[in-house]
Design a protein around this ligand. Structure first.
Ligand code: ADP
Length: 612
């Protein structure tokens, strides 16, 4: 029995009612480096420090005096040598036959190591929680900073676009208006055309930059409507065909029979993607051609596969990684006009549409851009027919139209004037207000039928003015149209939700303003037929005209046109003036419209005539 007790991995001992040891097994004796004689008859003070002795005594008394059984009591002990340990002890009383207690039996286990491990674990866990807390804190900070940056970007975007569009509205609007003046000298008209073309180009650039910023600020919302994809492909390829032919390139559309005609999606953005890819393919190809391949693929979903392949200059493997980044134009393209934003926008749109884009290219032989888009097919019946039909420009009101009073609320004098002129052109009486407050007063005194309401103005903005007017007598009947310079098309819903009747974005085309009057007041117009001069302003170049040029100059002109380098072309055309000024003007006009082929054809005929 004693041997068994000695071999157990625990301290087992008996104490009498005075706390003196009656027995201690081997592990106890080994710990204290004593034999049985060194234990029996001794109390705990021989082995432990005084605090420990006091604690042990308290526990022992509960057993010896009250007959309690203590289970798994944890006690911190310090032995006389100073070593600290933790014991887990079970102590029970031993009874005589008469029930009185004569001894205590104790079993203790040293759990110091376990405690240390537990403590380490606890600290580790606390630290882990601390780490998680810290990391979460950092993430929250980063998220807040990103959100703040995005908000700042959106605000910047909104105000930048407002500034830029407001000014562009005046520039494009007035140059357009001046162009209609019949008294203009040809040179003045050309200058105006340049202002207008540059303005349009600038506007396109602003739109691109804003588009990228909008995507980055997470403000782009894709539209989802049913549309005629076949039409989009035809429009875009027709447009590109012209550019391709100018450069003597073939443009082939290779469409599989499964490629759908009607789908659901964002028509404008898909059109933009196709224009960007085909535009680049034509731009970076000098010989051969461009193929637009249209097919489908089916796994669990239906996909559209669109490939644009060219036989152009190609893109090196390193550059293929970079071209989708904003403002990147790789070395090979330095001489070409562009912003380096087209592919960035393309990729972002494609990703927003849930698709992917990839490029494969061999420098010197060409490139293939591949799109894979998820497709939602649709039927013809679902296609919403586009209603806007370009009718040519408006010259006046149709007979028997009522006269409508128009109030223009706009703080920018240039834009005030532009709208006022547009209204005066169709003979409507106009009054001007420079802010919302003036608008409210004028509404009361003059009772206009329609109000063009700028969104942002000092003193009282457009929305507030509209709300005040709506509260006044007759305020619910007057048509109020928001005219905003916002970059966000989404603002339309916001404006209509706030109580506006309609919405026009700056810069506007004049017809957009006039069409809005038709929508809101039912105004009808007389449209001008397109004048012959406008239709064929450049049809006057004949091979005979070119015959006045010396053959070196004709050759130089041909080479310049074939090089497509606009400065070189301009240089040669300048020299034409000393032979024939009107010929120089005609050539300039043709070049401005990129109609190089007709000059080249005429040049070829002149050379043939010379030879024969
Ligand atoms: P941009 O054409 O306005 O410069 P993009 O973002 O559309 O800007 O294209 C970025 C660059 O990628 C181009 O400047 C050109 O270097 C290269 N690139 C794009 N498409 C082609 C192509 N089809 N062939 C060769 N290079 C291309």
């Amino acid at each position: 029995m004693l041997t068994i007790l000695d071999s157990v991995d625990a301290y087992i001992y008996l104490k009498d009612t005075q706390g003196r040891y009656l027995f201690a097994n081997r592990p106890v004796r080994d710990m204290w480096h004593v034999d049985m004689d060194g234990v029996i008859g001794f109390g705990d003070e021989r082995f432990f420090d005084s605090t420990t002795v006091a604690n042990i005594r308290l526990n022992d008394r509960r057993v010896l005096d009250a007959g309690e059984i203590l289970r798994s009591e944890e006690t911190n002990v310090v032995v006389t040598t100073g070593k600290r340990s933790v014991y887990q002890s079970t102590k029970l009383p031993l009874h005589r036959e008469d029930g009185s207690i004569y001894a205590l039996c104790g079993i203790s286990v040293d759990i110091t190591e376990r405690k240390v491990a537990e403590e380490e674990l606890r600290q580790y866990k606390d630290h882990l929680e601390e780490l998680v807390d810290q990391r979460t804190g950092e993430l929250v900070l980063a998220r807040d900073a990103a959100e703040a940056a995005n908000r700042a970007k959106s605000v910047f975007l909104a105000s930048m676009s407002h500034e830029l569009r407001t000014s562009m509205n005046a520039i494009l609007g007035f140059s357009n208006m001046l162009r209609k003046d019949q008294m203009l000298l040809p040179e003045q008209r050309e200058n105006l055309d340049i202002i207008n073309r540059s303005g349009e180009h600038l506007m396109a650039l602003i739109n691109d930059v804003l588009e990228v910023a909008k995507i980055e600020a997470g403000r782009v919302q894709l539209e989802c409507v049913t549309f005629d994809l076949g039409n989009v492909v035809r429009d875009v390829s027709d447009m590109m065909q012209v550019r391709a032919q100018e450069k003597g390139l073939r443009l082939i559309v290779d469409q599989s029979s499964e490629f759908p005609r009607y789908i659901q999606g964002d028509e404008a953005r898909l059109r933009q993607v196709l224009i960007n890819l085909l535009g680049n393919a034509v731009k970076f190809t000098q010989q051969g051609g461009v193929t637009l391949r249209l097919a489908t693929r089916e796994n669990t979903n239906q996909h559209l596969l669109i490939e644009v392949e060219d036989t152009g200059i190609g893109i090196s493997p390193e550059d293929q990684q970079k071209i989708f980044e904003p403002f990147v134009q790789v070395a090979n393209s330095a001489s070409h006009a562009g912003t380096g934003l087209g592919l960035t926008i393309t990729k972002q749109f494609v990703q927003l549409m849930g698709g992917s884009i990839a490029v494969e290219s061999t420098p010197g032989s060409g490139s293939i851009f591949r799109l894979d888009l998820l497709m939602d097919a649709a039927t013809e019946a679902e296609v919403v027919k586009a209603t806007a039909i370009e009718k040519g420009h408006i010259v006046g009101l149709a007979p028997n139209q009522p006269e409508y009073r128009i109030l223009i609320v706009e703080d920018q004098p240039e834009n005030q004037l532009l709208l006022a002129k547009l209204m005066a052109d169709i003979g409507f009486p106009v009054k001007l207000a420079g802010n919302g407050k003036e608008a409210v007063n004028l509404f009361q005194s003059w009772q206009p039928h329609l109000i063009w309401m700028d969104r942002r103005m000092p003193i009282m903005d457009g929305i507030e003015a509209m709300k005040c007017i709506r509260e006044l007598p007759g305020g619910k009947d007057v048509k109020i149209v928001a005219v905003t310079a916002s970059a966000f098309k989404e603002q339309r819903d916001e404006m209509l939700g706030a109580g506006m009747d309609d919405f026009v974005r700056k810069p506007y085309r004049f017809n957009e303003i006039y069409e809005c009057l038709t929508r809101q007041l039912g105004v009808q117009y007389v449209y001008a037929g397109v004048s012959e001069a406008e239709l064929e302003p450049e049809a006057k170049l004949t091979p005979q005209m070119l015959a006045v040029l010396p053959s070196e100059l004709s050759l130089a002109l041909r080479d310049a046109l074939e090089s497509l380098e606009s400065e070189r072309i301009a240089e040669v055309i300048k020299q034409v003036a000393s032979y024939d000024e009107s010929l120089q003007k005609i050539l300039s006009k043709l070049v401005a419209n990129y109609n190089y082929p007709s000059i080249l054809t005429a040049l070829k005929m002149t050379t043939q005539e010379r030879r024969s």
